[in-house]
Each structure stands twice: as structure tokens, then as C-alpha cells.
Design a binder for this molecule. Structure first.
Ligand SMILES: [Zn+2]
Length: 455
């Protein structure tokens, strides 16, 4: 029998922590309640509405999500006498979260709406975050799959000119998970959720490394709590990922919610977006430029996590030579980087990335030599602290396998040269230090990529 109360308790604890944390920050977030129902989650809603004292509600969903949950919720709350209006979008795969859909939605939300209820997945949730922030009204979200950690984040992803931008909006005030709905979601959605929590182990390792090497913000409490919750979920899945397993699904959705919250309460996405997210982002843009669609960002993060863990394992097996790392001036090939950023991301995004990198030049000779001095003394200690939450590459491989997820970028359509490109250059998409930057500092990255990551 699994100990499945811990992760829900962790979410409750994250939401309601009132004391200042030992990291020096007050960990507060807008999400004030996370509820789980075995079935008939709509029955929990009137109680929540009473707390807000509202009577006029706008409901947002997509057509397939209406069939699995939305109609039930809508019928029930209408029958209780609430004044409910609604906006129903096509399937989430058939439209994007952009200013057109957001504008269209805003027109249909009545001026006197007092609260938003949304049922769906990432895109519906992001649109509801937009309306809730714009109109400053509360928002209840009912996920229809355990597929991503973004539900509980205040950040939303919008598409502008074929490129993704992240907006700082408001997270839902309340999330209600209906396990009977999550258990019946398509398997690839659940697999995305598994990939997502698995990838966050790499983010946590990188966050630790980033903090040790650069002296930047880190919270030991969030790190310990989140890594143990994720490991608990993943270890319980090692005999197979079965959405039929009620406790497992409750753990998975709770863990995804905990991941999203940890980014909001720490004020940084570092705990849940590390080197693996840079790899995934770069791979995603290559796939988009080749018109290959249908692979979720979460799936790409799962594959990327496997590559990143192999890089950590490479470092544990290969002793770096600080002497030769110092001798070689690891100046970045800026001409190549500029060309790459513009080729992959186009003008606006390329410029945005380049300017965002301006503040953190990891390639300055003096700064790099100081880092190497520091690393020569502390590398073993930093690595052992960072890798503590990680699972081995063979365990990650078997988890990906048992959730029927792809195991390599080749399986989703990238060629070997593109894969090497992703692994060598993906790190430039983040300001944070991580395993790929560390290997680059030690002049080991290209060797590590060619030795371990071409599979
Ligand atoms: Zn803290």
C-alpha cells in the first residue's frame, strides 16, 4: 500500500505555510486550495463558490473537455441557481493560446462576471489565467488530465508570430482534481505528466549546482520536499504506469501541482526548469521549423532529462583536467550562436534571448577562471549535493519505457547533428548554470555529448 497522503499534505503545507522560511523568503502563492475528488468533483464547487460569495460565473472549456467533465459541471452549477455563461473552444490541439483566442474570450466574458471556472488542459488553463488576471476575478480550475505542472503556476504560455512567450499572470485560486476524469484521460497525457515530474529532478539538481557555483538564491526546504515527493511518485511507478491505479494518479496530480507551486513560492522557475528544459525548448523549435507537430513540451522534457542525467553520469566517471581547461580559453563562438539563435528562433526571439543573456556572460575569461578555481576545490562536493535527487539513466529509461514515452530525440524526428546541436547549444537559452554549462567550463561538453548522448 502506498503512502499517498504525503504529497497532498505537502501541497497543503506549501499553500498554507505562514512562517518565513529558513531561506529568507516568505513562500506565498495565489493558489489557496487544492481539492481531490474520486468522482463527481462538481459537488465540491458550491462550497467554494459560497466562500467567494459570488453568483455570476463564466465557464471556459474546450469541446472534448465538455464531454468528459464540462457539461456535468455546467449542468450542476446552473441547477443550483447560479447565473452561468460559457465559452467553449475547439479541441486544444486545434487552436493556440494567442492574442486572438484571448481577445475572443474576453469579448464573451460578461462585464459583471464575478468568477471564472475552467475545465481543460494547459491551453484552457492559460486562457483562463489571462481573463482572471485581466478582470481581477478569482478562478477555479478543473484539470482533465495529469499532464503538466503549469496548472498551478502563475506563468502562462502565449504564441506570438509562431513563437512562445511566457507571461506573468495569475495562477488559479482553487484547483479541483477529479480522479475519475484523470484516470480516463488518454495515456499520452498521463505519460506527459510522468515525464514532467521526472524532468523536474534534473531541474532540482541543476538548481543546486547553479546556487553552489554562482552563489544565487536556493531553498533547501523546497528542494528537499519536492525531490522526495517526486522520487516517491516515480519509484511507485517502477512496476508500470497504470492510470487505473487511483493512488498513483492522486500522487501524480499532487506532485505536478507541487512542482508548479514551488516555482511561484520561490519566485523563480529554477526549481522546475533546468538544463533539460533548455534542451526541450531548443528541440521543440527545431521540430516546429520542420513542421513536426504533436510532441508535447513535457514529452521533450522527459527525453531531455535522460540526456541530462547521462551528462551528470559522464562527469562522475571522467575526472576533468583543470590544467587543460584553464589553458583553453572557452570563448563562445558568438558568430555561430547568433546565427543559430536567429535561424531557430527568428529575429524577435533571437534578439530577446541574446539581450537576456547579456547580463550573465559565462564566457568572460576572468569569471571563468575564478569559477574553475572554485570548482577545482569543490567540484566533488557540488556534484554530490546536486545529484542527490536524481534517478539513474537506466531507471529513467525504464520509466519512460513503461509510460510508452519516446526515449530519444531521434524517435521524435530529429537527426543526429540536430541532437548534438540541441545538447551543445541548448544551455544558451537559460541564464542559469547547469550540467551542460559545467561540462562546457571543464571543456568536456562536446566529448560528453559525442560519447554518451548519441542514441
Ligand atoms: Zn524557503
Amino acid at each position: 500500500m502506498q503512502n499517498n497522503t504525503n504529497i497532498r499534505e505537502l501541497v497543503e503545507h506549501m499553500i498554507n505555510s505562514s512562517k518565513p522560511c529558513s531561506c529568507g523568503r516568505d513562500h506565498t502563492c495565489r493558489l489557496s486550495s487544492f481539492r481531490v475528488a474520486d468522482t463527481s468533483s462538481e459537488k465540491l464547487i458550491p462550497e467554494i463558490l459560497d466562500q467567494y460569495g459570488v453568483s455570476r460565473i463564466h465557464f471556459i472549456s474546450s469541446q472534448p473537455d465538455m464531454d468528459v467533465l464540462g457539461n456535468r459541471v455546467l449542468t450542476y452549477i446552473s441547477s443550483l441557481g447560479y447565473h452561468v455563461t460559457s465559452s467553449v473552444f475547439p479541441p486544444e490541439s486545434e487552436f493556440v493560446c494567442d492574442h486572438v483566442s484571448a481577445g475572443d474570450l474576453l469579448i464573451h466574458v460578461p462585464d459583471d462576471a464575478q468568477l471564472i471556472i475552467a475545465a481543460g488542459e494547459k491551453t484552457i488553463c492559460d486562457l483562463a489565467k489571462f481573463v482572471s488576471s485581466k478582470d481581477r476575478i478569482p478562478f477555479i480550475f478543473l484539470p482533465t488530465s495529469a499532464s503538466t505542472d503549469t496548472f498551478s503556476m502563475s506563468e502562462a504560455e502565449f504564441t506570438e508570430n509562431d513563437r512562445r512567450v511566457r507571461l506573468q499572470l495569475s495562477s488559479p485560486n482553487v484547483i479541483v482534481a477529479d480522479l475519475s476524469v484523470l484516470q480516463n484521460a488518454p495515456m499520452d497525457k498521463t505519460a506527459s505528466g510522468v515525464s514532467c515530474v521526472m524532468a523536474s529532478l534534473v531541474s532540482l539538481a541543476d538548481w543546486r549546482l547553479h546556487a553552489e557555483v554562482t552563489g544565487s538564491y536556493f531553498c533547501q526546504v523546497v528542494f528537499d520536499e519536492l525531490s522526495s515527493a517526486i522520487r516517491q511518485v516515480l519509484i511507485s511507478m517502477e512496476n508500470g504506469v497504470s492510470p487505473r491505479d487511483r493512488d498513483l494518479m492522486e500522487d501524480l496530480i499532487s506532485c505536478l501541482i507541487a512542482c508548479g507551486i514551488s516555482s511561484d513560492i520561490c519566485g523563480t522557475t529554477a526549481p522546475i526548469r533546468g538544463t533539460e528544459s533548455c534542451f526541450a525548448r531548443k528541440a521543440e523549435m527545431l521540430l516546429v521549423s520542420e513542421n513536426i507537430t504533436g510532441v508535447s513540451f513535457e514529452t521533450l522534457r522527459g527525453i531531455s532529462a535522460l540526456y541530462a542525467v547521462k551528462l551528470y553520469e559522464y562527469l562522475k566517471k571522467n575526472v576533468p583536467s583543470f590544467e587543460s581547461a584553464r589553458a583553453e580559453f572557452n570563448d563562445i563562438d558568438r558568430v555561430y550562436l547568433h546565427k543559430e539563435l536567429f535561424r531557430v528562433f527568428g529575429d524577435d526571439e533571437g534578439h530577446r534571448i541574446l539581450s537576456s543573456l547579456g547580463g550573465e556572460n559565462y564566457y568572460q575569461r576572468a569569471a571563468r577562471l575564478r569559477r574553475l578555481d572554485n570548482l577545482e576545490t569543490h567540484l566533488g562536493e557540488y556534484i554530490s549535493l546536486a545529484v542527490r535527487p536524481l534517478l539513474s539513466s537506466s531507471r529513467i529509461t525504464s520509466l519512460l519505457h513503461s509510460s510508452s514515452s519516446p526515449l530519444s530525440f531521434r524517435e521524435v524526428g530529429l537527426m543526429d547533428e540536430e541532437i548534438a546541436d540541441v545538447l551543445v547549444w541548448g544551455k544558451e537559452l537559460s541564464k542559469n548554470y547547469g550540467i551542460a554549462r559545467l561540462l562546457a567550463d571543464l571543456m568536456l561538453l562536446e566529448q560528453a555529448v559525442s560519447d554518451t548522448c548519441r542514441f
